[in-house]
Design a protein around this ligand. Structure first.
Ligand SMILES: O=C(O)C(=O)/C=C/C=C/O
Length: 486
């Protein structure tokens, strides 16, 4: 049985209270680790270690030296690729075929892309006239913001944690990370890689536990934390923002979504089906950028629904390491109950269940896992719960539309604004739709193509701020102007 301790000041330490909790695999519900739960003492020790590290060797490294170490972290993850793969799939149940191509490679790449960014980014300077005619020179300097609190989610645990830790460290900050209680393994393992890569003690710290009245709350309330970055549910984001207000700490949020896909009759049909199957069912629908609402131009509607049904029914649940597996479980029994609650509500509210709508009955040890069937609905009203609320499961509602204007109205009829996908062969319409959809990211004839230099984040209740490329500088650095009289 693995024992997962906190990683503070370069060493693994247990909780003074001795409190622990079970980490269970969603594949078969067996316990895979005993995890220490942090109290205020452990959180305080982690924040103090991060503060001290800023004034230590880490704070004195040149950009080139920091870049070199971040490359070593990325190489360290890749050198232990199979360990990270096994740990991530143990914790999440996701298929190896998915984590091998997305989670682990991106978990490493996030360090390199931000190391490259800080190596090449410039700041600004202005010369100005002065009354005495001698003039003055202005130039901007970027400085690390300090100790960053990172609260990372359970759906892509390594990828979404290093999406924050990568730029934070690249900009010279130190971090205290609280991974989800559902998926602590890869965040804990990264501590070993940090030590091996020569990242000084105290730069990367990890504390484990839950949200309210536990590690998450203690971290966001800690006065020694200078800024907080969080990916997860909008409701939790609101609570974190209230905590951040004390001491006026900055926040960077990627929150919930109810992302639309808009499919026009002139689209590349096979591409639209393949892309929508991925955006609706990949990672068992547990992707913040995923699609839960599909709008299809009426002439294509019946054909599209039939093809989507066929694709959904081809998905095969199973063990993560089984090469035949193309569908994993949901992350926990609690989340499974939530998703099945929406499955029931859809029927109560009059949905036609095109496919799915129930648990997967699995054999042997898998019978105890968090399995649900991929589900497609039609026929719900626009104000139905499954059309309005984020479910975060392998399900989507498909609705016909008759005009571009109607499609835009329907797609934008949501309190969220994270991502959208548009499938059309009409170039002008593609760009018009991209301009009018309320989303931080719009994919045209594609989904989840990611250039890490681009701005990433949501509008409305999907988040605050943008991360990615130079956009991460806004959150992870303080910018100062220096004015020199010549
Ligand atoms: O691709 C990314 O950088 C990213 O942040 C993915 C987010 C997925 C959320 O569920």
């Amino acid at each position: 049985m693995r024992e997962i301790k906190h990683f503070i000041n370069g060493a693994y330490v247990g909780s003074a209270s001795g409190r622990t909790f079970a980490d269970r695999s969603p594949t078969d519900n067996r316990q895979i680790a005993v995890v220490h739960e942090a109290g205020r003492d452990e959180v305080d020790a982690a924040v103090r270690a991060a503060r001290a590290a800023l004034a230590g060797p880490w704070g004195r490294l040149t950009v080139a030296e920091r870049v070199e170490r971040l490359y070593a972290v990325a190489d360290g993850i890749n050198a232990r690729f199979d360990e990270f793969l096994e740990a991530e799939c143990l914790d999440t149940g996701k298929p190896y075929s998915l984590a091998r191509h997305v989670d682990i490679p991106r978990g490493a790449a996030n360090f390199k892309v931000f190391a490259d960014m800080v190596k090449n980014v410039a700041t600004e300077s202005f010369t100005m006239a002065t009354p005495d005619g001698a003039g003055a020179l202005n130039y901007a300097l970027r400085r690390p913001k300090g100790v960053i609190g990172v609260i990372s989610p359970w759906n892509l645990p390594l990828l979404l944690m290093t999406w924050k830790v990568g730029p934070a460290l690249a900009c010279g900050n130190t971090v205290v990370v609280k991974p989800s209680e559902e998926t602590p393994l890869t965040t804990a393992l990264l501590g070993e890689v940090m030590n091996a890569a020569g990242i000084p003690a105290g730069v990367y710290n990890v504390i484990h536990g839950f949200g309210p009245e536990s590690a998450g709350a203690f971290l966001t309330e800690h006065p020694g934390v200078d800024a907080i970055t969080f990916t997860g549910e909008t409701r939790t984001g609101t609570a974190i923002m209230k905590a951040a207000a004390v001491g006026v700490r900055d926040v960077s949020f990627e929150l919930g979504g109810k992302n639309p896909a808009v499919v026009f009759a002139d689209c590349d049909f096979d591409a639209a089906i393949e892309g929508t199957l991925r955006s609706a069912f990949s990672n068992c629908g547990q992707v913040c950028l995923g699609t839960e609402r599909v709008y299809v131009e009426r002439p294509l509607f019946e054909r599209f629904v039939a093809a989507l049904k066929e694709g959904a029914e081809r998905l095969r649940p199973g063990r993560p390491d089984d090469p035949q597996t193309t569908l994993g479980p949901l992350v926990s029994q609690e989340h499974r109950a939530k998703v099945l609650g929406y499955y029931a509500k859809a029927v109560e509210q009059g949905a036609t269940v095109v496919t799915g709508g129930e648990p997967f009955v699995m054999e042997g040890p898998l019978a105890e896992g968090c399995w649900v069937k991929p589900t497609i609905w039609t026929g719900l009203a626009d104000d139905a719960a499954c059309v309005r609320e984020e479910i975060f499961g392998p399900c989507c509602h498909v609705r016909p539309f008759d005009s571009e204007e109607e499609a835009v109205r329907l797609a934008n009829d949501t309190p969220y604004g994270l991502a959208a996908a548009v499938w059309t062969g009409n170039l002008g319409r593609a760009h018009r739709m991209a301009a009018t959809l309320d989303a931080g990211i719009v994919w045209i004839n594609s989904w989840f193509l990611r250039d890490l230099r681009t701005p990433f984040g949501g509008s409305k209740q999907s988040g605050i701020g943008r991360e990615g490329g130079v956009h991460s500088l806004e959150f992870y650095t303080e910018l100062k102007n220096v004015c020199v009289k010549l």
